[in-house]
Design a protein around this ligand. Structure first.
Ligand SMILES: [Zn+2]
Length: 263
């Protein structure tokens, strides 16, 4: 049984940003990378203990160079860096499930640590066929389009609530309770690691039962709407001539066959 673990850095235990900046500007960034590594390792170990024969870890915060690879379980393979033609290179229908570790709530979520959708600088939010979506739903739909279901999401309380709304049958671990964009009460990082190990093991075991998890997909074709923070970047997208049309000063939309076309 093959599994994947995609890792972001905003959602792990004891991670918040700095006022006015992104996670990468924060004094907490070094710890975030360390804790994301521990939590990814815990998920991988849980999956191996559930019978996984292969675990592929995606280093997916920012430019894809965050984790301390030496500290991951030596049985995993690691996808790192940026610039591949497709999101999740190497992920196909032979994988039994994917875990999202350290993910965060979508943009427009109040009191969630570093809530954003792909670009906290440029975007104000994203909708697919009129429904607001975040990185969890988009990544799940990409995996789902290849027949791979999400089986576990770890995040703050607003993120796991979002996960339950989109994928009610999956396992979740809440690493911290957010009280604002840069403030939370967190589980101790070591205890979060234990909880993620246990949840990944349970998810891996459940994945052996046929139909325990269903791949999440968007209809095809679909309409993707992106609301920008600045009129200037919305204007830029709508004038690039690759199918983006202007909805209003801040918003552009594009019809696509699959959400993969966005990347
Ligand atoms: Zn991130």
């Amino acid at each position: 049984m093959k599994f994947a673990v995609a890792v972001d850095c905003e959602g792990p235990a004891c991670v918040v940003g700095n006022a006015g900046g992104t996670l990468n500007d924060s004094v907490n960034y070094e710890f975030a990378k360390k804790q994301a590594t521990r939590e990814a390792d815990a998920a991988a170990r849980g999956l191996f203990d559930a019978g996984a024969t292969h675990v592929l870890v995606y280093d997916y915060h920012g430019g894809g160079l965050n984790l301390d690879y030496d500290r991951l379980d030596t049985r995993v393979d690691i996808a790192l860096g940026s610039g591949s033609a497709h999101r999740f290179p190497g992920l196909d229908g032979s994988f039994a499930g994917i875990c999202f570790v350290g993910y965060h709530a979508m943009d427009n979520t109040a009191d969630a640590v570093i809530a954003h959708t792909f670009s906290s600088k440029t975007y104000q939010g994203m909708k697919v066929n009129g429904r607001e979506v975040g990185e969890m739903a988009v990544d799940a739909a990409i995996a789902g389009g290849r027949g791979v279901p999400v089986i576990l999401i770890t995040s703050d309380d607003k993120g796991t609530a979002e996960a339950q709304r989109f994928f009610p049958d999956i396992e979740t671990v809440t690493t911290k309770t957010s009280y604002g964009y840069n403030t939370a009460v967190s589980m101790h990082p070591a205890r979060a690691v234990e909880a993620i190990y246990a949840a990944a093991k349970k998810a891996g075991q459940r994945a052996k039962e046929r139909g325990a998890f269903r791949p999440f997909t968007f209809p095809s074709p679909l309409t993707l709407e992106v609301r920008h923070k600045r009129i200037e970047t919305a204007q830029g997208d709508s004038r690039r001539g690759n199918g983006w049309e202007r909805v209003d000063a801040y918003t552009v939309r594009r019809r696509m066959e699959s959400i993969e076309d966005y990347f």
